[in-house]
Ligand binder design. Structure first.
Ligand SMILES: [Zn+2]
Length: 442
């Protein structure tokens, strides 16, 4: 029994997480950089709520999440943790403020991110956690009201924000566009400061409220997000004018809703092997409203020109490539990288200030929670800055699985069955050894 508990509650986790090594960067690219940025990607934590789940489910899933976060930090040692939305399960308008804050505190406890600071600043030595807003944290389309976003932003920081991150994960500068703030020159200056701080050896991480892009979202919310994204695009263009010789930092877009793809048939071999589940679709099913529209996706890619997109929401992992609108100059090379990204999560491309928009790789992270699927996962991603000397920016990612809940149940069921069988056998043996009381009297 003790052995089963040790295996299920500790050894199985250590084995799963410990076997997940950081993927090696592709050779002959920015992989020659001295130390790549190591990002741990988790998504759809969905700390369960009282309206839809029993207390026993909430306690069981909290326990799994708490252990997963602790072991992920301990064993993978990331420079930064990116949480790609839906930290809460019942964080929408149906949940009152007091209960919402109780859920947020529970999230902070399981994620080990304490008070969940907005810009990701935490205790000395601990990696920053950057949180992306998800539809379960606020609402979606017509249910996405300004007060729900402001409630989120008071705890997790601005839904629309840009950060300059160095290769060791430190945040050198931040520009946060909170909904409650009015547009101001100071916001634009802060954005320019982000690009300047990342110019020589950093990365620009842009997180956005992708639910606000939906046509059904309140106009003020959508406009504020579009204004932020336009300002990022302009700051990026301005930075390129000042540093035309390849000094443009790679831009990583963080969004809860994936950018447009019609379905998941082009997401790589691992995804293609999946079938549908209660919280995710089969690869061939249309994604419909679960992705940003095609028009908004094209606008986003043109405006921001990201080197990489990281997303969540669909509860299943996907390596996808948004192909360049322009005719690719070196089609065979691009095709090779597309295939590598889909099959093994390796990418070398994007990079310093290309005039022609290139292919943009996207990684959609799976859910981290047993509350959403029995076989959750996380991803580790290494990224090395491209320079004129080292070639393009390179990225290598790996999807790693967490313990399978069905295995844990199976082991405990086996132990319980053997304990019951042992007790019955003992009982049967003792009855056979003792003759019936009546027999003694005669
Ligand atoms: Zn979602």
């Amino acid at each position: 029994m003790a052995l089963a508990v040790f295996f299920c509650e500790f050894a199985y986790y250590v084995l799963k997480v410990g076997l997940c090594n950081w993927a090696a960067l592709p050779a002959g690219s920015g992989g020659g950089a001295p130390s790549p940025l190591r990002l741990l990607l988790v998504s759809d934590v969905h700390v369960l709520g009282a309206r839809r789940r029993l207390w026993v489910e909430r306690a069981w899933v909290d326990w799994q999440l708490r252990k997963s976060f602790a072991l992920l930090s301990w064993l993978t040692r990331p420079h930064a943790v990116l949480v790609l939305g839906d930290m809460l399960d019942e964080g929408g308008g149906f949940t009152g403020d007091a209960l919402w804050h109780a859920y947020r505190e529970r999230y902070g406890a399981v994620a080990g991110s304490g008070a969940v600071a907005g810009s990701g600043a935490r205790g000395a030595g601990a990696p920053p956690h950057l949180h992306v807003v998800g539809n379960h944290d606020t609402g979606w389309a017509g249910r996405l009201s300004p007060w729900l976003i402001q409630r989120f932003e008071r705890s997790f920081g601005a839904a629309n924000a840009a950060f300059a991150m160095r290769a060791d994960g430190t945040i050198a500068a931040a520009a946060e566009f909170e909904l409650a703030q009015r547009a101001s020159p100071a916001q634009r200056q802060a954005l320019e400061g982000v690009f300047a701080a990342a110019a020589t050896d950093g990365f620009v991480l842009v997180r956005t409220n992708s639910m606000a892009l939906d046509g059904g979202a309140p106009a003020a919310v959508r406009q504020q997000t579009m204004r932020f994204l336009r300002a990022v695009g302009e700051a990026r263009g301005g930075a390129q004018q000042h540093r035309p010789a390849g000094g443009q930092p790679p831009l990583v877009l963080l969004t809860h809703m994936p950018l447009f793809r019609s379905d998941d048939r082009d997401c790589g071999a691992a995804r293609a092997a999946e079938v549908g589940h209660v919280t995710y679709t089969a690869p061939g099913e249309p994604l419909g409203e679960d992705v940003v529209t095609k028009a908004d996706t094209q606008w986003l890619l043109r405006t921001l020109r990201p080197s990489l997109v990281l997303s969540g929401h669909t509860h299943t992992a996907c390596f996808y490539v948004h192909e360049s609108e322009a005719a690719p100059a070196s089609a065979p090379v691009q095709e090779l990288w597309r295939r590598r990204w889909r099959d093994s999560g390796e990418w070398a491309g994007g990079g310093a200030g290309a005039d022609v928009p290139e292919d943009v790789p996207e990684l959609t992270a799976s859910t981290l929670s047993w509350g959403m699927r029995p076989d959750p996962a996380f991803a580790v991603l290494s990224m090395a800055r491209g320079t004129a000397a080292r070639g393009p920016t390179s990225v290598a990612a790996r999807i790693c699985s967490l313990p399978d809940e069905r295995v844990i149940f199976g082991v405990y069921a086996l132990v319980a069955a053997s304990v019951v069988a042992g007790a019955l056998a003992r009982c049967f043996r003792s009855r056979r050894a003792d003759p019936p009381a009546g027999a003694k009297q005669h």
